[in-house]
Design a protein around this ligand. Sequence first.
Ligand SMILES: C[S@@+](CC[C@H](N)C(=O)[O-])C[C@H]1O[C@@H](n2cnc3c(N)ncnc32)[C@H](O)[C@@H]1O
Length: 335
Amino acid sequence: MISSRRRRIKESKQLQNNEFYTLYEDIAAELPNYKEFLKGKRIICPCDCDEFTKAQIVYSNGKIISFNNTLIKSNFIKYLIKHAKEYKIKSISVSGFDPNTNKGIRFQDLDYSKYDIVITNPPFSQFREFVEILLKNKMQFLVIGPQNALTYKDFFQHIQNNEIWIGYHFHMSGFALPNGTIIGRRDNRARSCCWYTNLEVQTRHEEIVLTAKYSPEKYPSYYNFDGIDIKDSRKIPCDYDGYMGVPITFMQKYNPDQFELIGLGSPIEKKFIHKKDGAQIHYIDKKTNEIVYSFPFSLRERKIGNLLRVQNKDGTPGNAPFGRIIIRNKKVNKE
Ligand SMILES: C[S@@+](CC[C@H](N)C(=O)[O-])C[C@H]1O[C@@H](n2cnc3c(N)ncnc32)[C@H](O)[C@@H]1O
C-alpha cells in the first residue's frame, strides 16, 4: 500500500502536468472580494483558450463581443462575463497556448500594456516565470498557484518585499481533469493550491490573536540556528521576541504589520555546520571551528545534513522540521 507521504509527493509532482482546470465555485468564492478593484479595468485571462493566435476580446464596454461556449471553456471567462456589468468591468480578453499542438499564444509573448489585471490559473510548471513576467510588466493580478511556491527562494522574496500575498482562500475545493473527472477538496492537488494576488486583501490586516506564552519546555530551540520551533501557528507565543520557525500554513494568516518575515528555514545561515569525516559527521561551530558534536555517518544524517534542526533535550541535533518560515513578532506582549 502506498504511504500517505508518498501519495502526497506523487500528487504534488502531478501538478507539474499543468492540466488542472479551475472549478466555477472556487472562482465564485474568491472573485467577489475584489469587485471594487475590477471596476473600469481591462482584464486578461492568458492561460484560458488556445484556439487563437491573438488574444480575443470577449467583452467590452457593456457588450459581449464574442462568446462561444464550445470555444471558451474557461470558468474564469464564464464567471467574468456573467458579472461584467455588475462589476463595471471595462473589457475581458482571453488567450492561451497548447504546448502539445503549439497552437495559441504563450503568456510570455503577450502585450501586457493592453491590460490592467491578469486573472487565471497558469501552468504550474511555469509558475515562477509567470509571476516574474507579471511583476516586470507591473500588472495587477489574481492567480492560482501551488502553496509550495512559498518555499521557492525568489518567489518568497517577493512575499517578503510585500509585492505578492495570499488571497482569501488557501485551498481549492477541487479541479477538473481533462477527461472531465473532478478531484475534490480532500485531494492533495487541490488542497495544496491557493490564490496569490497583489490586489488589496482585507484579512491580511487582521491580527492573529496570540494567547500562548513562551516557555523553553514547550518550544524547542534549534540546534543550528538562533530561534525556536513552532509546530502549530496557533501556538505562536505572544511574549517571544526572537526568531521563530513556523509551518508555511502560517502565511494564510500573515499580517505584515504584526510579523516580520525573516526568511525561509532551509537557506538561512546556521550556527553549526556539518562535515563528513570518514564514518562520522562532525557538527562544527562556525565561529570557533570546534567540533561540538559527532554522529555516525548514517543514511539519516546524510539526508538531513545541515538542514534547520531542532535541538534534542540532551543538546544533540534532532529532527529537521518540514518547510519552516522564520518570522519575528513586531508586537511582542510581555505583560
Ligand atoms: C492549470 S491549466 C488551467 C487552465 C485554465 N486557466 C483553468 O483554470 O481552467 C493551465 C493551462 O495553460 C496552458 N499553457 C501551457 N503553457 C502555456 C503558455 N506558455 N502560455 C499560456 N498558456 C499555457 C496549459 O496548456 C493549460 O491548459
